[in-house]
Write a protein that binds this ligand. Structure first.
Ligand SMILES: [Zn+2]
Length: 246
């Protein structure tokens, strides 16, 4: 088949279209964001269609088409994502993370770190959640979004007031950094939450960081404010799983 190529990919979203087709949005480590059509996918549910559920990681065969959509002609499942999709809390966390990927990285260019980061995020969501699943899912999702913001070039500077070095009190999303109460203004940020956010930015996802509900709410607000100030992006789903950040 002329022009066909193979790539690993994670299914971001999937929509019904036409009689029996599905449009599938993929993220590939080597081809970036690729939108494909799976012809007859709903008719052949036992075959291709079942392998194209959101969150599934696949080896795909893609055929560039005449339209913007490539045609997906084959897929082998590398990781099914079943454990995440079957559990409403895990699925909600995954949806918030995928939403952040889609909105913060709208360009089609490939980014291997983005791809492996999403893979890691989904694998952590599928794993053991300890005795407080809501907190663990929340910490994982917020940590992932912070890492995405850093990858997009908007890493929040939260260590200390950038002007005088005193303890942080506020976060200025436009400036992308924290200030003490005397030097700046912005979203309220406690020193404890700033320490947790710093650890989330530097430590691997799923590494067992503890964060109180208050810390999580503050960091969620920082993530949202940063995405809005720099990407003009609204992260509507972040924090809706358990913290319901106000
Ligand atoms: Zn200061």
């Amino acid at each position: 088949m002329a022009g066909a190529y193979a790539t690993e990919a994670i299914v971001l979203r999937s929509f019904r279209t036409g009689e029996a087709d599905r449009v599938v949005h993929l993220l590939s480590p080597t081809h970036g964001r690729v939108n494909v059509i799976a012809k007859g996918a709903r008719r052949t549910k036992a075959r291709l269609g079942a392998r194209l559920e959101p969150l599934t990681r696949i080896d795909a065969i893609l055929q560039p088409g005449r339209s913007e959509l490539a045609v997906i002609t084959g897929a082998d499942v590398l990781w099914s994502g079943d454990d995440v999709r079957r559990d409403p809390l895990r699925a909600l966390a995954a949806t918030a993370g995928v939403e952040a990927v889609v909105r913060l990285f709208p360009e089609p260019e490939p980014d291997e770190r983005l791809y492996r980061g999403l893979q890691r995020f989904l694998e952590v969501l599928a794993g053991s959640l300890g005795d407080d699943p809501r907190s663990m899912l929340d910490i994982t999702t917020i940590g992932f979004v912070l890492k995405l913001l850093a990858l997009a070039g908007w890493r929040p500077e939260l260590g200390a007031c950038v002007r005088c070095g005193l303890e942080v009190a506020v976060y200025d999303a436009q400036a992308g950094c924290a200030f003490c109460g005397g030097c700046g203004s912005g979203t309220p940020l406690s020193p404890a939450a700033a320490v947790v956010a710093g650890r989330m930015l530097t430590e691997p996802l799923g590494g067992g960081i503890a964060a109180s509900l208050q810390d999580r709410r503050e960091i969620t607000r920082i993530c949202r404010a940063t995405a809005e100030a720099h990407g003009n992006v609204r992260l509507a789903l972040l924090g809706q799983g358990s913290t319901a950040a106000g």
